[in-house]
Design a protein around this ligand. Sequence first.
Ligand code: AP5
Length: 224
Amino acid sequence: MRIVLLGAPGSGKGTQAQRLQAKYGVPQVSSGDLLRDAVARGTELGLKAKAVMEAGQLVSDDIVLGLIRDRLARPDAANGFILDGFPRNEDQANSLNALLKDIGQPIDAVLLLDVRRETLMQRLAGRRTCPKCGTVYNVHSLNGATTCPREGAELFQRPDDKEEVIGRRLEVYEKQTQPLIDYYAKLGLLRTIAGEGELDSVFERMEAAALAKPLPPSSVKVST
Ligand code: AP5
């Protein structure tokens, strides 16, 4: 399984990537998690990225590509990966193509999670994370709990999930990342999934799309 998850902030990429990872044993490679880890460790790269992330803008392509390259070189990614949050613009997509060609691991499919803006806003404002196990929850399904049901730790809100930053992140997605939908459609890799509804139903749709056989080359429309 070598897939890219595409979708707006809050569309469920991270949630579904964790489920795919648990079921298929293929690692979730999340550019956001790699960056947040660098920020938490206070590395030079993390210090550069922190303010950019908190402002809801994209971190420089060089920094993110370096993190992804290192992560894909680790042994657990030798037989597949679930890319979550990368690529984010056309330059990153071109760099990814070159990198995957080098390591001989072409993408099988790009899964686009399609979710309405109103739902995205609600999900992002309600997202809470456990600092111990990293599990992502939502206040709408926690029934008033403020601690992790598994670890008992106090849940926290991501700094970029504050209302004023959410709008900016969605704008950045529309301007810079949405063009990748056409980019991957032209390559015959795009599969669009309805991203609203129960987590299990979305997961079933993702799974079916991830495992579907690619279209035979003869059925891919080539413009002349
Ligand atoms: P990143 O961490 O990648 O954030 P994002 O793409 O904005 O995506 P999110 O993590 O916000 O959403 P998600 O789709 O994973 O949703 P989730 O599953 O959590 O990036 C953060 C920042 O890092 C960027 O702004 C940028 O600064 C930087 N960055 C990262 N990658 C970069 C790159 N390639 N280049 C440059 N900069 C980069 O779900 C959200 C909530 O909804 C959760 O509470 C969840 O429980 C809930 N939920 C999910 N599915 C459902 C459902 N079906 N029903 C009800 N609730 C649901």
